[in-house]
Design a protein around this ligand. Structure first.
Ligand SMILES: Nc1nc2c(ncn2[C@@H]2O[C@H](COP(=O)(O)OP(=O)(O)OP(=O)(O)O)[C@@H](O)[C@H]2O)c(=O)[nH]1
Ligand SMILES: [Mg+2]
Length: 431
């Protein structure tokens, strides 16, 4: 299931609106990103248009006159589709298609399409399909004859009937809608089952003594490259957006001798479609349960701070905003000198290159220190009958002092934050 035609490369016109207070550089950076999304989706950008507006037009996103101009431009450059840099309402989409005489889609549709292309596992595929259907449901329209002829072209499914199609076949529309809802329900229950399975796995991991680290960050920041560099994981890295959809977890030995679990995550992006955040919630829940976030930022990006903000927004949406976070600026080899000032702006952050390995030692040392700071030092008395608990403390924590008393073995130990619960009944105090 896809929204973008791949049997030939579609010609695309990009459209953005420049709102007050946004710099031209920023708007251009947003359109560059949209162009990269289009390229990743397998189509070619043939023109781009920016309109200054106080706010997007409620009916047509750009002004009506601009929409008419866009129609003429599209004719001239012979474009197949016009892509808008914001999510269009179903009504805006319909109105624009009438004026443009071709498919109009939005940023959300492009991102959904790329996710659909990149999903590999059953769970990933089900999550993406569900997100697509949630996007498509409010946009379903009556099908005319022309749509079936046009069915193969970009957006044919999502955008619905092209202009000039006859009035909606009400019953056909109802049938389509019902079919779609049934499919969504089926996917939801499949995902629920997968989620239960995942929770069981997660429980097992919870009792594991290892700290867990999630690598998060903007898409294309170099998260997978870092995971590979650290663990030799051999996961796919590519100079394209959303290369990773199915996150991997690997063991890593830190310089201090500690073993931790590191997971890669799907990349985030400005205006990540909420349908996707919803659909990926179960995968993203794991991020919220990690001990620390390793937030990788592309130090060579035009707008690293905006990307950091976008990542924080998604983290808040999945309930991972309260976690410990180490901000790590990547691509030191190509980052401009200004990146150094970012290190001051984000206290405790580091600069490194996943590609060349520069700064990796410092990154790991900082990570190690931050993890130690998360540990708690507790005082316990363990009855002599519970030699298993004493053994577990030696294995999973760091025993600092051990003495023998009448009631049992008295131990002072450093235990990982999440691991304390396991020993709670023997704890008599903490430092
Ligand atoms: N110059 C340079 N390029 C890098 C560095 N680290 C990663 N890259 C490149 O950046 C691109 C993206 O890297 P990935 O590791 O796939 O990025 P990601 O964050 O996993 O991206 P998604 O999975 O798509 O979200 C690739 O072309 C890498 O080769 C670096 O330190 N320097
Ligand atoms: Mg990746």
């Amino acid at each position: 299931m896809s929204l973008i035609e791949r049997s030939f490369r579609e010609k695309i016109v990009l459209v953005g609106v420049m709102l007050p207070g946004r710099s031209e550089e920023l708007v251009e950076a947003h359109l560059d990103e949209l162009a990269q999304l289009i390229d990743t989706a397998g189509a070619d950008v043939v023109a781009r248009v920016v309109q200054r507006r106080r706010e997007p037009d409620a009916a047509t996103y750009v002004g009506k006159g601009k929409a008419q101009e866009l129609h003429e431009l599209s004719e001239t450059v012979d474009s197949d589709t016009v892509v808008f840099d914001d999510e269009l309402t179903p009504a805006q989409q319909r109105n624009l298609e009438k004026i443009l005489g071709r498919t109009a889609i939005d940023r959300t549709a492009v991102i959904l399409d790329i996710f659909a292309q990149n999903a590999r596992t059953d769970e990933g595929k089900a999550q993406v399909e569900l997100a697509l259907l949630r996007y498509r449901l409010p946009r379903l329209r009556g099908r005319g004859k022309q749509l079936s002829q046009q069915a193969g072209t970009m957006g044919g499914g999502a955008a619905g009937a092209p202009i000039g199609s006859r009035g909606p076949g009400e019953t056909q529309l109802e049938i389509d809608r019902r079919r779609l809802v049934r499919r969504m329900q089926k996917l939801e229950s499949e995902l629920k089952a997968l989620r239960r399975h995942r929770q069981v796995q997660r429980k097992q991991r919870h009792t594991s003594p290892f700290h867990t680290i999630s690598i998060v960050g903007y898409t294309n920041a170099g998260k997978s490259t870092l995971l590979n560099r650290l663990t030799g994981a051999g996961v796919l890295t590519e100079n394209r957006l959303f290369a990773t959809l199915d996150p991997r977890t690997r063991r890593l030995h830190l310089p201090g001798g500690e073993t931790v679990l590191v997971s890669d995550t799907v990349g985030f992006i400005r205006k990540l479609p909420h349908q996707l955040v919803e659909a990926f919630r179960s995968t993203l829940e794991e991020v919220a349960e990690s001990d620390i976030l390793l937030h990788v930022v592309d130090g060579s990006a035009v707008n690293p701070v905006e990307q950091i903000d976008a990542v924080h927004e998604v983290l808040a949406e999945i309930g991972a905003d309260g976690l410990a976070e180490l901000v790590a600026f990547n691509k030191a080899d190509i980052a401009p000198p200004e990146t150094k000032s970012l290190l001051e702006q984000f206290p405790g952050s580091v600069l490194f290159s996943a590609e060349t390995g520069d700064g990796i030692d410092g990154l790991l040392r900082t990570l190690s220190d931050r993890l130690r700071a998360l540990d708690s030092v507790v005082e316990l008395v363990v009855p002599y009958a519970r030699g298993d608990v004493v053994a577990a403390l030696h294995r999973e924590g760091e025993v600092l002092v051990e003495s023998h008393e009448e009631a049992g073995t008295r131990i002072r130990a450093r235990v990982a934050g999440a691991g304390v619960a396991q020993f709670q009944e023997f704890v008599i105090g903490s430092a």
